[in-house]
Design a protein around this ligand. Structure first.
Ligand code: SF4
Ligand code: SF4
Length: 422
């Protein structure tokens, strides 16, 4: 039994599949190219790529065909029951597809949208941005999520190109170009071994040098497991795997969050938006946070690969989490079907007792299931690797978040917290 129109349906479309022009050392998606023949292109898909500036073979693999693009845009719009339809373009690196691909997507959106409000966001490493792209992004009102990990030293530690060279300067140039053209953007920053020990330098770089208003933090945690097909990262059920060296440690993550929170809560509430802090306040208020990892249930945003295959989540693009293909299975059947419903519920249903009885459950909800590979003190599986860090963070921010919640409930702005604790 599924309820097709009970909630918005989100699909992250991988226009260029797992292909990327960079080789960020902590990337979990690039190695999807090894995963299954289904993620390699058909001859039709190969023929659809028109960007001749890319290396021949590299440019041809993993490209969404024009016929698939049209089917996807049509079906996605028709299935949405909300007035606004949001398209999300992800990678790999989605800008490996030529601008003509996205112009075509917009034409299909206009044709099949028939006057509905259509929004687009694109998550990019920024290195392929050009003035022509910026004009398009501005004129069409697209939101750009740009990946940057902080200062040059922090960013270049892992975000390198195919030659192993740092990409920071190109990304900063891209941000300035977006700003010059008036394109709306936000920053997606991973927190990893190279930047976790410098929280203030990290935060003030985004605030004071990039003038970033929306900062999305994402902790890097991967485990190593070598596979015969060339992949090197572990899945949730793999046991006894070493933590990858670029990962954050739990206590480091907790301290990092505390330190930037202390700066934010005194100076920037209402001016700068940090996803973890917003989600924490939402949890305290009893409303759904904007990020799946802190929600009670998840699985509301599926991934569609370039060949039309749909998976449960960006972090679960593995054969056992394949829901079907957009050309042969309906999107609502996949998104609201039994398999994805079970995936959604697992986040809540698999919580160990330690989480169910935790003081911070309202804001944490056991965080992301992909990181639940620890055992609790009494031996129960399913504890999140970052748990110890979250306990440090929630304990530290509780008085401030209590205050902010009370202000909001009283109809006053939460920004009063900036002067309440001096
Ligand atoms: S598994 Fe993690 S990343 Fe995927 S939808 Fe659930 S919380 Fe989000
Ligand atoms: S802080 Fe730890 S115990 Fe509490 S809900 Fe989060 S992961 Fe579970």
């Amino acid at each position: 039994m599924y309820y097709p129109y009970a909630r918005p349906l989100y699909v992250m479309a991988k226009a260029a599949g797992p292909l990327c022009n960079l080789r960020c050392q902590y990337c979990y998606y690039l190695e999807k190219q090894h995963l299954a023949p289904s993620l390699n292109p058909s001859p039709e898909e190969e023929g659809s790529v028109t960007d001749k500036s890319l290396p021949p073979r590299e440019g041809m693999r993993g490209a969404m065909s024009d016929s698939l693009l049209e089917s996807y845009v049509r079906d996605y719009i028709q299935l949405q029951q909300t007035p606004e339809v949001l398209f999300t373009w992800h990678g790999g690196e989605p800008m490996l597809r030529p601008l003509s691909f996205y112009k075509q997507a917009v034409r299909y959106q206009q044709y099949y949208g028939r006057g509905r409000q259509i929004s687009n966001s694109i998550q990019t490493n920024g290195t392929l941005l050009t003035p022509e792209w910026c004009r398009f992004l501005h004129d069409e009102g697209w939101l750009v999520g740009l990946s940057i990990d902080g200062t040059k030293e922090m960013h270049d530690a892992y975000r390198v190109d195919a030659k192993g060279e740092g990409t920071w300067q190109r990304v900063v140039d891209a941000i300035h170009m977006l700003q010059d053209y008036g394109v709306e953007w936000n920053a997606m920053a991973t927190v990893n071994h190279a930047n976790v020990s410098q929280p203030l330098a990290f935060y003030t770089f985004f605030r004071d040098e990039l003038h970033c208003q929306f900062l999305q933090l994402s902790p890097v945690v991967e485990r190593i497991r070598h596979h015969s097909d060339g992949r090197h990262l572990a899945q949730l059920f793999d046991e006894n795997c070493a933590i990858a060296p670029y990962s954050v440690k739990p206590a480091e993550w907790g301290k990092f969050l505390c330190d930037i929170f202390d700066e934010w809560v005194r100076h920037d509430v209402g001016e700068m938006f940090v996803n973890v802090f917003d989600a924490t306040l939402a949890g305290w208020m009893g409303v759904a946070p904007g990020i799946c990892v802190y929600a009670e249930e998840c699985g509301h945003a599926v991934v569609m690969e370039h060949n039309g295959d749909v998976y449960s989540c960006d972090h679960f693009v593995f054969p056992q989490y394949r829901l079907g293909n957009i050309l042969t299975n309906g999107l609502p059947q996949m998104v609201y079907g039994e398999k994805q419903t079970a995936f959604s519920r697992l986040k809540k249903d698999s919580l160990p007792r330690q989480c169910r009885e935790c003081l911070w459950l309202k804001a944490c909800h056991g965080e992301c299931p992909r990181l639940r590979f620890l055992h609790t003190a009494d031996g129960e599986p399913g504890l999140n690797y970052l748990c110890a860090g979250y306990k440090i963070f929630f304990q530290h921010v509780a008085p401030y978040i209590d205050f902010m919640r009370n202000e909001l409930l009283a109809g006053r702005p939460a920004s009063g917290v900036m002067t309440a604790f001096v």
